[in-house]
Design a protein around this ligand. Structure first.
Ligand SMILES: [Zn+2]
Ligand SMILES: [Zn+2]
Length: 284
C-alpha cells in the first residue's frame, strides 16, 4: 500500500488538487457566502496564473521535492523518527501533527517579521476570499515554505507516507478553508474542534490588524486555541467585514499577476524587525 502511494504520489496529489478545487468551485458558484467585490474571471486568471508559475518554479528548483527528501532521509537514517523506529501509525500521527504545528509557527513568523510579511501580504491582499485565495502565494514565500519543510524533514525524519498525507491534506484544507461557502452554524462549530473552517480562517483575512493577527492555523484548529491566537468571529460579521490589506486596494497592485509579483517590494521599510500586535481600541 505504502509503495503504491509512493509510486503514484504525483497522480494522487494532482487528483486531490483538481478534485477538491472543482468541488469547491461548484459549491462557491451554487451557494456563495459573500458577494464578490472584484471580477471573478480576472481574479481567477491571475491567481491561477500565479499557481502555475509557482508550480513551474518549484519543479525547476526542487524536482525531488519533499517526498524525495523524505526518501533520502529514510535511506540515510536522518531524523528523530528514523532513529527511534516507532510503530508506523504512531510515526505518521506524530509527523503529520508536528508538520502542521511547524506550518502554524511559520505562519505566525511571516506575520511578525516585516520582511516576510511583505511576501505573505500577496496572500492577504486578495480583495475577495475564495478557493483561489487559498493557493495564491508569492513565489519567494513558496520557496521559503519549501526550505522550511526540508529542514523539518531532515530533523524529524517522517515516514514518506506521512509527508504525502501532509502535502495532500494541507493543499485540500487550504482550498476548503478559503472557500466562499456557508456551512451550517452547528457543522462549523463541530468541525472547528478539529480543523480550521472557512469562517474561522476568514477572520484572518480581515483588514483589521488584530483580526489578521489571529487564526493562523491551516489544518488543525488546536494551535490557535492553545497559543491564544484564536478568534471566533470577525467584529463586523462575515458579511460586512472587509477582506484585504488597508494600504493595497488598486486592481493593478492586488489583482494583476504583475502587481502581485512586485507587491513585496512596494513601500518603505520602516517597521521594527519584530512586530508587536497592535490592538484596536475597544477590542480585547
Ligand atoms: Zn496570514
Ligand atoms: Zn489565508
Amino acid at each position: 500500500m505504502s509503495d503504491f502511494i509512493t509510486t503514484y504520489e504525483i497522480y494522487i496529489r494532482l487528483s486531490f488538487f483538481f478534485g477538491i478545487f472543482i468541488l469547491m468551485a461548484i459549491w462557491e458558484m451554487l451557494a456563495p457566502k459573500r458577494a464578490l467585490t472584484t471580477s471573478k474571471l480576472l481574479r481567477w486568471l491571475n491567481n491561477l496564473g500565479l499557481v502555475v508559475l509557482n508550480s513551474l518554479i518549484l519543479r525547476w528548483l526542487f524536482p525531488a521535492a519533499t517526498v524525495g527528501l523524505a526518501i533520502l532521509a529514510h535511506q540515510a537514517g536522518w531524523g528523530l523518527l528514523n532513529y527511534y523506529q516507532l510503530p508506523i501509525w504512531m510515526s505518521i500521527v506524530i509527523a503529520v501533527t508536528a508538520m502542521d504545528f511547524m506550518i502554524y509557527l511559520q505562519h505566525v513568523m511571516v506575520h511578525a517579521i516585516p520582511l516576510l510579511w511583505r511576501l505573505h501580504r500577496v496572500h492577504h491582499a486578495d480583495l475577495d476570499y475564495d478557493v483561489t485565495t487559498g493557493i495564491r502565494f508569492h513565489p519567494l514565500e513558496i520557496i521559503l515554505s519549501m526550505l522550511i519543510k526540508f529542514a523539518m524533514i531532515i530533523i524529524l525524519g517522517p515516514p514518506v507516507i506521512a509527508v504525502i498525507i501532509f502535502e495532500v491534506v494541507l493543499n485540500a484544507l487550504a482550498m476548503f478553508n478559503h472557500g466562499n461557502i456557508a456551512l451550517p452554524k452547528t457543522v462549523d462549530w463541530l468541525l472547528r474542534w478539529l480543523i480550521v473552517t472557512p469562517d474561522m480562517h476568514r477572520v484572518h483575512h480581515s483588514v483589521e490588524d488584530d483580526e489578521t493577527n489571529s487564526n493562523f492555523g491551516f489544518n488543525l484548529s488546536c494551535w490557535d486555541r492553545i497559543f491564544g491566537t484564536y478568534r471566533q468571529q470577525p467584529r463586523a460579521g462575515h458579511q460586512n467585514m472587509t477582506i484585504g490589506i488597508h494600504q493595497f486596494k488598486q486592481a493593478k497592485q492586488v489583482v494583476w499577476i504583475t502587481g502581485l509579483l512586485i507587491l513585496p517590494f512596494q513601500g518603505k521599510i520602516k517597521e521594527y524587525a519584530i512586530n508587536t500586535r497592535r490592538w484596536n481600541s475597544g477590542s480585547d
